[in-house]
Design a protein around this ligand. Structure first.
Ligand code: FPP
Length: 250
């Protein structure tokens, strides 16, 4: 049973394990990606029903270009297919769609479809589905610094106003809620250059389940685990500080 009053506002997922899922079944890696794509629909719908405000999915990293051309081309076709077909369904469900990442290297055709999908869903009021495409967290931070330096060169006094809140407005994730829960499927225990700034105080959840097998029940399980965590944001918990005070008095 989930506590409806403690649903994470922003959940991000590293959808890992498509390749290993396919290998286990003696299938091509592309079969794993196709199955993974179907999972996106189910998990997006489940997240929306649970009342999550923003779901960010890591679909393609800046480093993924190093994969064999055949696999990269297959993934690009999958994104294109997703934009052509699945966006219509998302729109019917009142979902907003947004893409984060570097636009360089993506084809003009794909960029056009992304723009259209974002425009189509811009006025919707339901959950925001964010796809991280050609995304890298270090690249995101460097891109933010470039913009900040440009602004500071024009108006040097402005730099005095720079703080963490202002800095985050230069990140691709500007105006999205703080990241609460970061899930990684596929058994690896690392962040792989995903949302490094945003994950500062996020709760991390790792599961061995490969992404193509990650069901809505598994999402609920991750949220249940999140609800059992005690988020302190660097402070000490009231009970602990009370205990400490008592010990000091004694
Ligand atoms: C990681 O698994 C997955 C990816 C790099 C691509 C994610 C893509 C999808 C889920 C399908 C298409 C998505 C959209 C939005 C249409 P991996 O290939 O690294 O798996 P492995 O670690 O087992 O090899």
């Amino acid at each position: 049973m989930l506590d409806k009053n403690n649903i994470p506002k922003h959940v991000a997922i590293i959808m890992d394990g498509n390749g290993r899922w396919a290998k286990m079944r003696r299938l091509m890696r592309s079969a794993g990606h196709r199955k993974g794509m179907k999972r996106i629909k189910e998990i997006t719908r489940a997240a929306n029903q649970l009342g999550i405000e923003t779901l960010t999915l890591f679909a393609f990293s800046c480093e993924n270009w190093q994969r064999p051309k055949k696999e990269v081309d297959m993934l690009m076709r999958a994104f294109s297919h997703f934009l052509d077909n699945d966006i219509k369904e998302l729109n019917k469900d009142n979902l907003r769609f947004r893409v984060i990442g570097r636009s360089v290297s993506l084809s003009e055709r794909l960029l056009f479809k992304i723009k259209k999908a974002q425009e189509l869903t811009a006025k919707n009021t339901g959950m925001t589905l964010v796809l991280a495409l050609n995304y890298g967290a270090r690249q995101e931070i460097v891109d933010a610094c470039r913009q900040i330096i440009e602004l500071a060169t024009k108006s040097p006094d402005w730099i005095k106003t720079l703080n963490e809140r202002v800095f985050s407005q230069f990140l691709y994730t500007r105006n999205l809620p703080e990241l609460d829960l970061l899930i990684r499927t596929g058994a690896e225990l690392r962040l792989s250059n995903f949302l490094l700034w945003q994950a500062s105080y996020a709760e991390l959840y790792f599961t061995k389940i490969y992404w193509p097998d990650f069901k809505k029940e598994d999402l609920s399980e991750a949220i249940k685990d999140y609800q059992e965590r005690h988020r302190r944001f660097g402070e000490i918990s009231p009970e602990r500080s009370e205990g400490r005070r008592r010990r000091i008095k004694e």
